[in-house]
Design a protein around this ligand. Structure first.
Ligand code: CP
Length: 320
């Protein structure tokens, strides 16, 4: 079974990952946070773009499940001799891997790779398309903190589906280049949240009007309505200069400054997938204030990825 998109998750598999995450949060708190769930299995991380959080947390998750790990290093690999992506994946497949965790600058590569290997393929970010495990981490984090969000209806927790009902989440910034935004819109709305996208018109996807979201360009008009402000990284490496007049103007209209902290609801939380451009999408004051749950997102990344690996491996049974 693969995880290339949030849409790959059936309702029961989504539920299973949520409940397994709780189990692996408990495992991660033990003095020796290791269980033999995936003993004898091998996971390869194949990243054609840089990463700190995703790669290291997948490798930590695998090790905590007693799964062996292989790390493909782009700069020292035979890619530099011209080896194709297909040959690289087929070579790893021939070595007998069980999980392929892949990040690539081109959208659709994870799905393509799944045709070249029998391993479970997990999309660790494909261009501007999706980053489904980041979205799962964010959902678990929101479920954990939902009792701190005053508009949240506790009766929803434990029900089959609308864990995030009554939450209004503002996803702010460079949405067009954000695979995190695409996966999170799918995941948050499946869990019942209301989502509003906020950013400059040139950094909103041209098809966003068909997404199940509200859209606005004016952050100051809506910021006081949000229970969660999800700030996105300003993706300098993908933004051509003509998309915004200047970085200063971007910060002025869409950066989370101290004035905007004051405009938020008292209980509003701030999230960000990392890495942060401090002083651009988030001021340091916003990143480090008590509203911020950014390090909690990171803290959840290992147990949630443990849950993903266990669920995809079929170690735990699901119904559909
Ligand atoms: N959130 C995220 O994907 O971070 P990395 O690029 O560090 O993996």
């Amino acid at each position: 079974m693969n995880l290339t998109s949030i849409d790959d998750l059936t309702p029961s598999l989504f539920q299973e990952i949520i409940s397994l995450s709780d189990r692996f949060i408990e495992v991660s708190s033990r003095p020796i946070p290791k269980v033999p769930v995936l003993r004898g299995k091998t996971l390869a991380t194949v990243f054609y773009e840089n990463s700190t959080r995703t790669r290291l947390s997948f490798e930590a998750a695998a090790k905590r499940l007693s799964c062996d790990t292989l790390t493909f290093n782009l700069t020292t690999s035979s890619t530099s001799k011209g080896e194709s992506l297909q040959d690289t994946i087929q070579t790893l497949d021939a070595m007998g891997i069980d999980f392929l965790v892949i990040r690539h600058p081109l959208a659709g590569v994870a799905r393509l790779a799944s045709g070249w290997t029998n391993a479970s393929v997990i999309n660790a970010g494909d261009g501007c398309d999706e980053h489904p495990t980041q979205a799962l981490i964010d959902c678990i984090t929101l479920i954990q903190i939902s009792n701190q969000l005053s508009d949240y209806d506790p009766d929803c927790q434990g029900s089959d589906w609308p864990y995030l009902k009554n939450l209004h989440i503002g996803i702010v910034g460079d949405i067009v280049h954000s695979r995190v935004a695409r996966s999170n819109v799918r995941a948050f709305t499946r869990l019942g949240a209301k989502v509003t996208l906020v950013g400059p018109p040139t950094l909103l996807p041209s098809d966003a009007s068909s997404w199940p979201v509200d859209i606005t360009y004016d952050l100051d008009e809506v910021i006081s309505q949000f229970d969660v402000v999800y700030a996105l990284r300003f993706q300098k490496e993908r933004i051509v200069q003509s998309l915004i007049p200047s970085l200063d103007e971007y910060i002025r209209y869409w950066g989370i400054s101290s004035d905007r902290l004051d405009a938020m609801k008292p209980h509003c939380k701030i999230m960000h997938p990392g890495p942060i451009n401090r002083g651009v999408e988030l001021s340091s004051q916003a990143a480090d204030c008590e509203k911020s749950v950014i390090l909690r997102q990171v803290n959840n990344s290992v147990p949630v990825r443990m849950a993903v690996l266990a669920a995809l491996s079929g170690v735990y049974v699901h119904d559909d």
